[in-house]
Design a protein around this ligand. Structure first.
Ligand SMILES: Nc1ncnc2c1ncn2[C@@H]1O[C@H](COP(=O)(O)OP(=O)(O)OP(=O)(O)O)[C@@H](O)[C@H]1O
Ligand SMILES: [Mg+2]
Length: 410
């Protein structure tokens, strides 16, 4: 076989490809992981957070804070911004306050959170394999010896399995510390989560509560305009495309992540079709893709039991077994009791715990708050009165994704 060797006169295959990339200036700036230097419409939250956390800079324990808000309302980027500012200020001054950010989607147990915290404070050492209590004592020693006021941000805190234990340990730490302290900033987008906490954990965590409201279309338009000037070449994005993306994201949920993702995917579509402009039609194409990505991202991080309930719903919807046509409605709807039966069958066949009907109803409510399903109460006459369930997304896609996810964890 002849090797493909390029002679000097021939053009490299990447040359024209890279020249064509004239849409993006800095693609990274329009990804959801990017933390912009300016956060419009979050001044109030920034000043409230910094006002409470300033205690750590003044040698005092800062109150614990619980930050709640729907997806994409800027919780993560705002808290990260304030903590970065605080740490930078502390470094230039007495260095007594230190922060650590933990994403509990990845570090989802007390043990894993502590490991992550230690990685920040003891960059050179590994504590893997040591017991939680040993690691915890080391952390306290560190705070004590260095007279540090530690601020631990637990993002997506609802993902921590043994949260009561973790919060108890972190709060109790302060009883043993004199010239140092540990404070927690917890973040969640799950409104039902707080009510499930142990009363003691709840009052410890929520010394101060902050709510991040959704953005309206005009706010999203301004946020997007700032990001666009960083991410795209001049005059690439049509004004009407910006307006459309803001309106779509505002209507869906007031979510800046959706808005940013719409522009990112629309940019990729425009680039692929070698167009020099992002237009309304790119946004419309992007909308479908982004919706799918957000749903799949969400369901792949659900706890296993909720995945099993959703799997039961999608399985019945796909094979049409449990769906019924309700008089006066064209939609295929499931009865809650049928779903519970199917859930029982699936969980048992996988050797997983089968939760009680009470917990099952709880999971159904959670799936509804995530917008994955829609439920209504039937009128009298349909088996007395029962909860009717309908999938809010494409059953086949949900079914196939969950099948893979569940197999992974089984
Ligand atoms: N006020 C703002 N100005 C500029 N960009 C913002 C603003 N608020 C949010 N964003 C951007 O929107 C995206 C989502 O924000 P962020 O991750 O902070 O949301 P969140 O509230 O933590 O959402 P979730 O609950 O899903 O974790 C990020 O790209 C972020 O940079
Ligand atoms: Mg977040």
């Amino acid at each position: 076989m002849q090797a493909l060797v390029q002679t000097p006169s021939e053009k490299n295959i990447f040359e024209s490809l890279l020249k064509e990339q004239n849409i993006f200036r800095d693609r990274n700036a329009i990804t959801p992981h990017f933390t912009p230097k300016r956060l419009p419409f979050r001044d109030k939250q920034i000043s409230e957070l910094s006002f409470t956390l300033r205690n750590a800079l003044q040698g005092k324990k800062a109150d614990n804070i619980f930050v709640y808000g729907k997806v994409g309302t800027g919780k993560t980027c705002t808290v990260k911004f304030v903590m970065q500012q605080l740490e930078a200020f502390a470094l230039q001054n007495n260095g007594r306050a230190e922060t650590v950010y933990v994403n509990c989607r990845t570090y989802n147990s007390k043990y894993k959170v502590l490991q992550r915290v230690m990685q920040k404070f003891f960059a050179e050492e590994s504590f893997v394999g040591f017991s939680s209590s040993f690691v915890f004592e080391k952390l306290l020693d560190y705070a004590r010896k260095n007279k540090k006021h530690l601020l631990i941000c637990l993002d997506e805190i609802d993902k921590v399995k043994d949260l009561d234990d973790l919060i108890y340990a972190l709060t109790r730490a302060n009883d043993e510390l004199e010239k140092s302290s540990v404070s927690v900033v917890g973040i969640s987008n799950n409104i039902l989560f707080k009510d499930k906490l142990d009363t003691r954990t709840k009052s410890a965590l929520c010394e101060l509560e902050m709510v991040f409201p959704p953005y309206n279309a005009e706010e999203l338009r301004q946020i997007l305009s700032e990001r666009i000037s960083l991410a795209f070449q001049d005059n690439v994005v049509d004004q009407s495309a910006i307006n459309l993306a803001s309106a779509v994201a505002a209507r869906e949920s007031g979510d800046a992540r959706t808005a940013v993702m719409l522009l990112l995917r629309a940019g990729e579509f425009a680039e692929k079709s070698k167009s020099s402009k992002i237009t309304d039609s790119d946004i419309i194409k992007a909308k479908r893709k982004v919706e799918e990505e957000l749903v799949f991202n969400l369901i792949s991080t659900l706890p296993l039991q909720q995945q099993l309930v959703l799997f039961a719903i999608s399985s019945l919807s796909v094979n049409g077994k449990g769906t019924r046509k309700i008089t006066g409605s064209e939609e295929n709807i499931l009865f809650s009791g049928d779903v519970y039966g199917e859930y029982n069958r699936i969980a048992s066949s996988l050797g997983e715990t089968v939760v009680s009907a009470r917990w099952y109803r709880e999971y159904v409510s959670e799936l509804e708050t995530y917008g994955l399903i829609i439920t209504t109460q039937s009128g009298k006459g349909i088996r007395g009165s029962t909860r009717l369930i309908k999938l809010a997304c494409d059953p086949e896609k949900i079914f196939n994704t969950l099948k893979k996810e569940i197999m992974k964890s089984a």
